[in-house]
Design a protein around this ligand. Sequence first.
Ligand code: HMG
Length: 391
Amino acid sequence: MNPIAVGIHDLSLAATHYFLDLAVLAERSGVDVDKYYLGLGQELMSVPAADEDIVTMAAAAAQPILERHGTEGLRTVLFATESGVDQSKAAGLFLHPLLGLPHDCRVVELKQACYGGTAALQFAAALVARDPQQRVLVIASDIAKYQPDSPGEPTQGAAAVAMLVTADPAILALDAVSGIYSEDIMDFWRPNHRTTALVDGKLSIEAYLRASLGAWEDYRRRGGLALTEFAAFCYHQPFTKMAYKAHRNLLQANGFNPSSADLDAALLATTTYNRLLGNSYTASVYVALAALLDSTTDLTARPIAFLSYGSGNVAEFFSGRVVSGYRDQLRTVANAEMLAHRKPITFDRYRELPDALRAAVGNLVSPRESEGAFRIAAIRDDKRIYEVVLH
Ligand code: HMG
C-alpha cells in the first residue's frame, strides 16, 4: 500500500502596513545603494506600524485559509516565531478570538531561529500521517530587527505565512525523506533582554553554508533525489543573494560549475517576494515557495527542493512534489495586492517607531496606524489587547 500523500493544501501570506525602500536607508547611511540592491539582493523591507506585531500578521495570513476551508478537523495550530511576544503563553492563543479557532484544538509555539517554521511543517505532517482526518494550521510569523546602523539593518523585514497541512494536499505533497544538520554555534542570537538580534554576520554566512551541505548530505544518505531532478530550490533567504551563495556552494561541492543563468533558472522565481519583504525569519523559505508557485512556470508534478536554515543552528534539506491543479488554490492576486498596498514610511518615522509593543512594560495604548483587519489596541496590566477592525 502506498503511504498517504501529506503536505500543503493552502498557503497564504501577510506583511506589514509599511515598507522602507533600501535606497532611503542607503542615502541616509552614506552607502552605495547597489550594495543593497545588487550585493544583498534586497530592494524593500517590510516595517510594522506601531499597532502591528507577529500576532496581527499571523491573523491576517491565516484568516483567508479559515474562510476557504473552515475549521472542521483542525486539531492543531503550530505557531513558529523567534519574535515571541510572551515568554510563557503561545502567540497562537491570541488568535482564538480574532479567528474563531475551535476549542478542541491544541495551540503551541515553536522556536529555533528561522528553522522553526520547518519544524512546525514536519511535525504537522507527522500528525496528519497518523490521522489523515486531522488538519493542522502552521503559521510562521516574524519581525527581523537589528541594531540601527549595524550591517544587519538592511536585512530587516517582516512577514507571516499560514499553511494548511492535510492529507491529499492540493498544492505540494511532501516527500518523507529529509536531511538534517545541527550544531551549537553563536552566529546569531537574541538574549531575552534584547529586542534586536546579535549577529556575527560573516560567521553566520559560513555557518549557513556548512549546515546546508551537512543537511544535503544527510538527505542523500537517506535516499533523497539527485540535484539534477529538482525544478527549483527554495532556500531560507535572509537576503536573496544568500540563496545564490548557498546554491553555488552546493553545486560546486557536488562537482558542478554553475553559470549565472543556471543559478537564475533554479532560484530567481523564488526570490521575487523576499526581495520586497526583507528577512521574515521563519516565514522566509515559504515566502520563497509562494513566489515560485505564483510565477508563470508550470510546475505540475515537478519536485521542489527546500533548504531551511535557523542560526544557532539547525538546517533541513527536504523536498516535495507540486500537485496537479495547484494553480486553482494559489493566492497570486492577493499576494500581489498585499505587496502593492503597503505604504512607504519616511526614514524619520521608521527610526522613531519603537519596538514599543514588544518591549512595552505595563500599560500602553496604541493609536490606529495600520489599515488591516487586526491590530493590537493596547497593553493593559501587561495583557495584550488585540482587536478586529471592521471595514
Ligand atoms: P556587510 O559586511 O556590511 O556587507 O554585511 P559586505 O561588505 O559583505 O557586502 C555585501 C555584499 O554586497 C558583498 O557581496 C559585496 O561584494 C557587495 P558578496 O561578496 O558577499 O557576494 N557589495 C556591492 N555590490 C554592488 N555594488 C556595491 C557593493 N558594495 C558591496 N557598491 C551581512 C553583510 C550579511 C554580513 C550583514 O547584512 C548581516 O550581518 N546580516 C545579518 C546576518 C545574516 O543575514 N546572515 C545570513 C546567514 S545566517 C541566516 O540566514 C539566519 C538568520 O536569518 C537568522 C535566523 O536564523 O533566525 C539571519
